[in-house]
Design a protein around this ligand. Structure first.
Ligand code: ADP
Ligand code: MG
Length: 393
């Protein structure tokens, strides 16, 4: 039913085995991991300086490795879905051009982190990456890789340990080296996530508060639609532009400061699509705050209702859903014991997230499988820990 995912220690063992095969010598002394993430609610609000409510996943990226005496770097990814070649070698000596983005694409995330690392220079090293976060599935394997790698560098040459700056450096890596103008959510929750908690992030002040989500009767089911429509690349920048346009017509720096009344007053000065985009964002920011409050009170039904409202708004107003995601969300909503379900991530494919009673998990998965026209992948999860160094036995 739900695919079984290797645990952290299994991934570490895999990575160490690959390290031995590729580099020989002694077992690498350093091991770290960083989680993937899922956003429970607050979609397309991060770049509008609003709130998001993600949690860290039990799916992780692991990096194992050891320092070398010179300035040479060798990195291998054991992940088969990464583009070839899966090994890169370069020197940290010289003018830094070795860190320029290039091919293979996966290495750019790592080079970006090296470029933005906050306690340069770092020594040479050998490292192997292994991961249980699906690549490109919307669970943020990219932030997971960046943050895992940053955490690895911290073991070789510690920085000041400031977690917010760490998340920002990893976000910078994604901007400059992967060319993805992402918000701060992914790296933030990857660094600051905590077991048994969701994380309410204020994307303007970069302040975050932990919201307990440790009820043993609850599960969070993530369903990968396993589709990715090509629209996602071009539509993201266009949504961002529309939000900026709406904020500017309202005389605000961002939609965070705008109210629905102001938006309605300005309706005549906005084109219809821009109006609808702004409507989603303004309502979604409020929904996210309400959802965090509901979670604190254990009001799961209310939380689930807000998830469904979020989905409908993303489908009808923000127009970033697709048939496959709508199918999965409708199917989940039909099952008794499900509190709510919505698309999560940028949209046009990727995953849905469903909050449900633990005892309903099997029938929910069965029903979604039956009702979905494609082939889904399921991950049964609970909120997990953020990035950390691992002690090797
Ligand atoms: P998402 O973050 O939703 O998984 P992205 O497109 O943002 O999707 O990032 C996926 C990319 O990140 C991959 O194509 C690959 O280049 C890189 N990546 C992530 N994890 C790994 C890994 N374990 N090994 C190599 N590359 C990885
Ligand atoms: Mg990503």
């Amino acid at each position: 039913m739900a695919g079984s995912v290797p645990g952290v220690s299994e991934l570490v063992a895999d990575a160490r085995r690959v390290f031995g095969q590729v580099f020989g010598g002694e077992a690498p002394p350093v091991a770290v991991c960083a989680p993937g993430r899922v956003n429970l609610i607050g979609e397309h609000t991060d770049y509008n300086q609003g709130f998001v409510l993600p949690m860290a996943l039990p799916l992780v990226t692991v990096v194992v490795g050891s320092q070398t005496s010179g300035q040479d770097v060798s990195i291998v990814t054991a992940t088969e879905d990464a583009d070839e070649p899966r090994r890169v070698d370069f020197s940290l000596a010289g003018d830094g051009s070795a860190l320029s983005p290039g091919l293979p694409r996966w290495a750019n995330y790592v080079k970006g982190v090296l470029q933005h690392y906050r306690a340069p220079p770092v020594p040479g090293f050998r490292a192997v990456i292994a991961s249980s976060v699906p690549l490109g599935g919307g669970l943020s394997s990219s932030a997971s890789l960046e943050v895992a790698f940053y955490t690895f560098l911290q073991q070789l040459k510690p920085d000041d340990g400031d977690k917010v700056s760490k998340a920002v450096a990893c976000q910078q890596a994604e901007h400059t080296h992967a060319g993805v103008p992402c918000g701060i959510m992914d790296q933030f929750v990857c660094v600051l996530g905590r077991e048994g908690h969701a994380l309410l992030i204020d994307c303007r002040s970069l302040q975050a508060s932990l919201v307990p989500l440790a009820d043993p009767h609850l599960l969070i089911l993530i369903t990968n639609s396993n589709v990715k429509h090509s629209l996602s690349g071009s539509e993201y920048p266009s949504r961002r532009r529309q939000c900026e346009e709406a904020a500017s017509v309202l005389g605000r720096d961002s939609l965070r400061d705008a109210t629905m009344e102001e938006l309605d007053e300005a309706r005549g000065r906005l084109d219809e699509a821009t109006y609808r985009r702004a409507r989603h964002v303004i309502a979604e920011i409020q929904r996210t705050l309400q959802a965090a409050e509901a979670l604190k009170r254990g009001a799961y039904r209310e939380f689930g209702k807000l998830m469904v409202e979020s989905h409908n708004s993303l489908r009808d107003l923000y127009e970033v859903s697709c048939r496959e995601l709508d199918e999965l969300v409708s199917a989940a909503a039909e099952v008794e014991g499900v509190f709510g379900s919505r698309m999560t991530g940028g949209g046009f494919g990727g995953c849905t997230v469903t909050l449900l009673q633990a005892h309903a998990i099997d029938r929910t998965i069965l029903h979604m499988q039956e009702r979905y026209s494609g082939t889904p992948t399921f991950y049964v999860t609970t909120p997990s820990a953020g990035a950390r160094a691992l002690t090797l036995s």
